[in-house]
Design a protein around this ligand. Structure first.
Ligand code: ZN
Length: 64
């Protein structure tokens, strides 16, 4: 049997349950710096800065 990969929060090191938590992806403006990402539990992700982003696929009305 394959061993289940356990996701651990990069902030508090607690285990993140299946279907919970979030992945934070940081992309540098300077492309040479690449990007990095962190796995977060629900608690830590809600305490981080950032704002809700609209889902892709629909353009704002003002553009038409
Ligand atoms: Zn956490």
């Amino acid at each position: 049997m394959a061993r289940k990969t356990v996701l651990v929060c990069d902030m508090c090191n607690k285990e993140v349950e299946d279907g919970k938590g979030a992945t934070m992806r940081l992309t540098y403006t300077d492309a040479r710096r690449g990007s990095k990402q962190a796995d977060l539990c629900d608690g830590c992700s809600s305490g981080l800065p950032g704002q809700a982003v609209a889902r892709r696929g629909r353009k704002p009305k003002s553009l038409a």
